[in-house]
Design a protein around this ligand. Structure first.
Ligand code: PEP
Ligand code: MN
Length: 264
């Protein structure tokens, strides 16, 4: 299999603008859950850049549980992300939800994100296989590691070898967090695959008080990066405010994971 260590013994390293993900490099992706406005995105981008983020995240097409929740700004959101890149120099990552909007998302983004709910959307994976941008494939919330790696195989099989795996927590019986972060995915994926693996502690936790500890554990376990939700006014965020860090907390997170990374 193309994703396997046997097929390719050396780690895949992905370079996006100034960011490097994989083998000896740790990248921090940060930003709001959703792009809400130009001023919101630019404000958060300035904060996270100053704290040390390497890439900016923000959803323009949001896969919401309820159809009555904010669905994202669509193409207008993508235009705002392009503006953020222009103003800050940060590369941007944003989610593609369906085949129909793939071309548009591919054009604006530096990394295309496929979310947990679409991990086995095979037509989307096949389309991502001939995308000209790296793809960040989030683990399905009830997917085994084998299923996740096979989903990555769909993308690679189409010719796109630039795949980043993102663990974001799996569904369990617990009620002290939104999902349960599977830190053990890091050593398992690193053994079985050459692809970089990053962790999203924000969607795993669902609440901000767990995000920094889970980030420390992720880096200590050998993750090649983190994707963290940050908002300057989480109480008024249009999605996932409860798990979004305040900028000052994100700054502290960057300092902490940096010192852990240096120990490895
Ligand atoms: C996201 O990162 O914006 C997101 C919706 O995450 P997930 O697909 O992991 O729920
Ligand atoms: Mn979110």
């Amino acid at each position: 299999k193309l994703v396997s260590r046997e097929f390719q013994p050396e780690d895949t390293v992905i370079k996006v603008r100034d960011a490097v993900i994989g083998n000896g490099h740790m990248a921090i992706i940060a930003g709001p859950c959703a792009v809400e406005s130009e001023i919101q995105a630019l404000t958060i981008a300035e904060h996270v850049k100053k704290a040390g983020a390497d890439l900016f995240r923000g959803g323009a097409f949001k896969p919401r549980t309820s159809p009555y929740s904010f669905q994202g700004l669509g193409e207008q959101g993508l235009k705002i992300l392009a503006k953020v890149r222009e103003e800050t120099g940060l590369g941007i990552i944003t989610e593609v939800m369906d085949y129909e909007t793939f071309d548009m998302v591919e054009e604006y983004s530096d990394i295309i994100q496929i979310g947990t709910r679409n991990m086995q959307n095979f037509s989307l994976l096949k389309r991502a296989g001939h995308a000209k941008k790296p793809v960040c494939l989030k683990r399905g919330m009830a997917a085994t590691i084998d299923e996740w790696l096979m989903a990555a195989e769909y993308i690679m099989e189409g010719g796109n070898t630039q795949v980043i795996l993102c663990e974001r927590g799996v569904r369990t019986f617990v009620n002290h967090s939104r999902n349960t972060l599977d830190v053990s995915a890091v050593p398992v994926v690193r053994k079985e695959s050459h692809l970089p693996i990053i962790i999203d502690p924000s969607h795993a936790a669902g609440r901000r008080d767990q995000v920094i500890p889970l980030s420390r554990a992720s880096v200590a376990a050998g993750a090649h990066g983190l994707m963290v939700e940050v908002h300057h006014d989480p109480d008024n965020a249009m999605s996932d405010g409860a798990q979004s860090l305040y900028p000052s907390q994100f700054e502290s997170l960057c300092r902490q994971v940096d010192s852990i990374y240096k120990l490895l």
